[in-house]
Design a protein. Sequence first.
Length: 86
Amino acid sequence: MDHDHTTHASNAKHWLIMLLCCLVPLLAIGAVSLFHVPLNRVLLVGLMLLCPLSHILMMRGMMRRERGSAKPSDVVDVGGVSGRAM
């Protein structure tokens, strides 16, 4: 039962992230149109922020995955070689 709750919470979080990733660009396009911001300026700033923001998000995801993946019960010793249980 606990696994189902975790899966449901994970799915809800995934849908929220997907919704935000779809709405943010739409809101940005609306703001550019509403405030008459030159599109070349928006693209330049967007490209400058793309690399650092994607790097931060990637590292955050990797750190979460590493923290939760190496449980002592998952590690087995097979012939002197340690590895994760399948």
